[in-house]
Design a binder for this molecule. Structure first.
Ligand code: ATP
Length: 354
């Protein structure tokens, strides 16, 4: 097991900065997600941690030891790639045992270890089968088996489920998480899928354009995004953003928007100017008498809930309301926000006011 600390990590490819001054800590045993859109630098960050890419500057510590200059083979970690390349001419047993055999571990010890791993993964009955005829999921399990057989300090996974179809992907995600919980090894997992990150991760770091936007537990990121980017990247539909001129007053947090006063619990006193109010669709309520007026422009039925799109003087708002609530396109109604769940952002810096 391992704690991994990243301090001011940076990677330049010529003129281009792929990762700039990243700092965060992955605690021992955590399932840690590197999340962000394509090209944000998550793979480069992971490759630097794994020793597959040299940092331009900054430090990487594994269990307190600086490893930035060490090669992957000297870091006692296992890298699981998106494409699970198995040895096609070997059976399952030989594929899983290969890392041990190539390190000179005895045949008997390898056999014992491989059978333990197969039990853990539920693939004992496949051990003597050739890998060629296996289903996608079983191939994933064999590849995982091969990665965990050495009992590395940490696992690094780059979109390991990326090639799977949606239903199977969800199933494998659950299995991966359960396997992690049984083994307890620190796992760093790259994904661009915010739902996957929130479902699987103990902690998430959100990256954008090579910059760490925020890191923390999923619910904190979801409820209290540090930047407008995080507010928009997490959640489906994302957080509503209403822009207005305002002053954040001391103490009470009273805000006036369309004649409505909001009590806002977290804030920076005295902030002034263009302010963005962020509120999740599930915290928007349609109430006929509420002072913030809005016109219903669309409804989308989702089973237990529906997403209602409304137009206000401050921009578009989406509300997630129960399906049984009667909403008619074209009608004008009032909007109330759960005051305790409102975030405020400085429109110029995109950062949360708090
Ligand atoms: P994706 O999910 O698309 O892989 P990512 O967030 O993992 O995205 P990276 O692969 O880390 O992003 O790449 C970050 C940026 O650095 C991209 O713009 C990419 O083109 C660039 N980059 C990555 N590796 C190299 C390289 N070896 N040489 C030049 N540019 C690179």
């Amino acid at each position: 097991m391992a704690q991994i600390r990243i301090d001011n990590l940076r990677k330049d490819f010529g003129e281009f900065t792929a990762v700039q001054s990243s700092t965060f800590t992955i605690e021992d045993g955590e399932f840690f997600m590197l999340l962000g859109p394509s090209g944000c630098g998550k793979t480069t960050t992971l490759r630097m941690m794994a020793g597959l890419e040299l940092p331009t500057s900054g430090e990487i510590y594994i269990d307190g030891q600086e490893v930035g200059g060490r090669r992957a083979s000297q870091r006692d970690i296992a890298f699981v790639f998106q494409m699970f390349a198995l040895y096609p001419h070997m059976n399952v047993r030989a594929n899983i045992g290969y890392p041990l055999r190539s390190q000179g571990v005895s045949r008997a010890k390898t056999r014992e270890k491989v059978e333990d791993i197969a039990r853990l993964l539920g693939i004992t009955d496949l051990l003597d089968k050739p890998v060629g005829g296996l289903s996608g999921g079983d191939r994933q399990r064999v590849a995982l088996g091969r990665a965990i057989v050495r009992e590395p300090k940490a696992f690094f996974m780059d979109e390991p489920l990326g090639a799977l179809d949606a239903e199977f992907r969800e199933h494998m995600a659950e299995e991966l998480r359960a396997l992690h919980d049984r083994m307890g090894a620190t796992t760093v997992y790259v994904t661009h899928d915010q739902l996957e990150a929130m479902q699987m991760g103990d902690k998430i770091v959100v990256m954008n354009h090579g910059v760490v936007e925020q890191f923390g537990v999923p619910q904190d990121l979801y409820d209290w995004p540090a930047t407008l980017f995080v507010a928009g990247f997490l959640g489906s539909p994302p957080m509503n953003k209403l822009e207005f001129d305002g002053t954040v007053e001391q103490g009470t947090g009273a805000q006036v928007l369309g004649g409505t006063a909001f009590e806002v619990p977290v804030m920076r006193e005295g902030a002034q100017g263009r302010i963005v109010l962020g509120v999740r669709p599930e915290h928007v309520h349609l109430e006929a008498d509420a002072p913030l007026r809005a016109k219903v422009v669309a409804t989308e039925y989702l089973g237990t809930t529906q997403i209602v799109t409304l137009l206000t003087d401050h921009g578009e708002v989406k509300a997630r309301v129960p399906s049984h609530q009667r909403v008619t396109e074209g009608e004008t109604t009032g909007l109330r926000f759960d005051a305790r769940m409102i975030s405020l952002f400085d429109a110029d810096t995109s950062r949360a006011l708090r």
